[in-house]
Write a protein that binds this ligand. Structure first.
Ligand SMILES: Nc1ncnc2c1ncn2[C@@H]1O[C@H](COP(=O)(O)OS(=O)(=O)O)[C@@H](OP(=O)(O)O)[C@H]1O
Ligand SMILES: Nc1ncnc2c1ncn2[C@@H]1O[C@H](COP(=O)(O)OP(=O)(O)O)[C@@H](O)[C@H]1O
Length: 226
């Protein structure tokens, strides 16, 4: 198809995972803005690192400051044509490319043996399924865990930690997920967290931690979680 040929490295994924005594994977949190993705992912990151696991957290807001920056952030350094071509907004095709890039980066991190946590709205089922495919192609089935942070829209709107719902409802932000853009719920997520329930983010993160521990993602524990 192209003249690009895959180069097989000398150090294998198994070599890297052996050093870490764990199997790399991707924990993919999806849900509306304000549903609790970042909070739960950060709590999970803390639980895992306290337990001696090697992790990396990719968070939507942060990644959109670099790898998936919007056109306005790129124009100054690279010019308008570049910014238009490679900068990402929130249209359907932009979100598709955002999730494609994140899926690829997450797969690389999982291949390095890291327990990779991602927190992106990722509203389209097809995009999430593609991310799963990329991760599993780089590893094996079971390396991708979809976590649906299922917090009702009314709760997210009420929390509105960044004031984005207020702006979206006033028509100041276009294509805002849940208001003027769709969110397609996962059909069969590995973990379904009901974000509006009485549990704390720490308790919800613990549920994910227990799932990972119960599925043999690591073989040695240096310290207990908590
Ligand atoms: N139009 C629109 N729709 C949804 N979200 C918006 C929008 N504009 C800005 N934001 C802010 O950007 C964060 C979502 O970025 P993501 O990269 O996770 O989005 S996506 O996965 O490509 O759909 C999202 O972060 P979270 O609130 O943490 O989810 C918002 O803060
Ligand atoms: N389980 C929870 N219970 C109560 N409040 C929560 C819970 N999870 C998150 N929050 C609060 O909701 C707000 C939005 O969380 P955030 O993690 O930024 O969401 P997202 O990353 O999905 O946009 C934060 O102010 C956070 O403290």
């Amino acid at each position: 198809m192209t003249d690009i040929v895959w180069h097989q490295g000398t150090v294998s994924r198994q070599d890297r995972e052996q050093l870490l005594a764990q199997r790399g994977c991707v924990v993919w949190l999806t849900g509306l803005s304000g549903c609790g993705k970042s909070t739960i992912a950060n709590e999970l990151d803390r639980l895992l690192t306290s337990a001696g696991r090697a992790t990396m957290l990719l968070d939507g807001d942060n990644i959109r400051h670099g790898l998936c920056a919007p056109p306005a952030m790129l124009a100054g350094e690279h010019g308008d044509a570049f910014a238009e071509r490679f900068g990402l907004g929130f249209g359907e095709i932009d979100r598709e490319e955002n999730i494609r890039r994140i899926g690829s980066v997450a797969a690389l991190m999982a291949s390095a043996g890291l327990i990779t946590l991602t927190a992106f709205v990722s509203p389209y089922r097809r995009d999430r399924d593609r991310a799963r495919k990329i991760v599993e192609a780089a590893g094996e089935k079971g390396d991708f865990l979809e976590v649906f942070v299922d917090t009702p829209l009314e709760v997210c709107e009420k929390r509105d930690p960044k004031g984005l719902y207020k702006k979206a409802l006033a028509g100041e932000i276009k294509n805002f997920t849940g208001i003027s853009d769709p969110y397609e719920s996962p059909a069969d997520p590995e973990i379904h967290l009901r974000g509006g329930d009485d549990r704390t983010p720490t308790e919800q993160a613990q549920e994910i931690f227990d799932f990972l521990a119960g599925h043999g993602r690591w073989t040695a524990t240096t310290e207990s979680a908590g």
